[in-house]
Design a protein around this ligand. Structure first.
Ligand SMILES: [Fe+2]
Length: 186
């Protein structure tokens, strides 16, 4: 689609969707194509979105959140060879690729969740997310993202709630430790 579709229109449509349904599968199904429209129209991209966060490995730019932290729209750029630990989001997530290819690994939980600081994960699948493609994750879904290319990659992340306000988890595959995952936001 080549029509213009601004971030403002996108946020308006997100508000409409969550006002009309609380069904997470329906929200994801409706948000996905709209996120693809936003990333197809790259006119809103600003030079600052390409500024790297060397320490974190990925830079997080908050584009929108509601006053109660819901409907967070976040741009993330990823440095070559860098990425996240396995993590969940504590809310639904729709990620649309803007530039480059991001490597995703999806995990399932094997333990009975009886210990708050412990988790056993197993790889469920492994795939490359290209420009314009979607990665959609329900609440509780676990993944890890890495940039295995030699150039910065960019993607647009939309969450039901700002991810620093969901008490979400990161997982250590070597030690099976679970702890909170807070990211630095520009
Ligand atoms: Fe994620």
């Amino acid at each position: 689609m080549s029509d213009t579709y601004s971030l403002t229109q996108y946020v308006d449509d997100l508000r409409t969707i969550v006002a009309e349904t609380s069904d997470e599968d329906e929200i994801i199904r409706r948000v996905g194509p709209l996120a693809q429209r936003v990333v197809a129209d790259k006119s809103w991209l600003q030079p600052k979105y390409y500024e790297a966060d060397e320490e974190q490995g990925f830079a997080v730019h908050l584009l929108h959140e509601e006053p109660d932290h819901s409907l967070a729209v976040i741009l993330v750029n990823w440095l070559p060879g860098r990425g996240t630990p396995p993590h969940d989001h504590g809310t639904w997530a729709v990620v649309a690729g803007i530039e480059g290819v991001e490597h995703n690994v999806r995990y399932e939980r094997l333990d009975d969740r009886s210990r708050p600081d412990y988790a056993e994960l197993a790889v469920k699948k492994d795939f490359a997310a290209n420009e314009g493609e979607l990665v959609c994750i329900r609440t509780g879904g676990i993944h890890k993202v890495t940039n295995e290319t030699d150039r910065m990659t960019l993607s647009l992340h939309t969450y039901g709630m700002h991810i620093n306000h969901t008490n979400r988890s990161q997982f250590n595959l070597d030690t099976n430790e679970r702890k909170e995952f807070i990211v630095r936001v520009e």
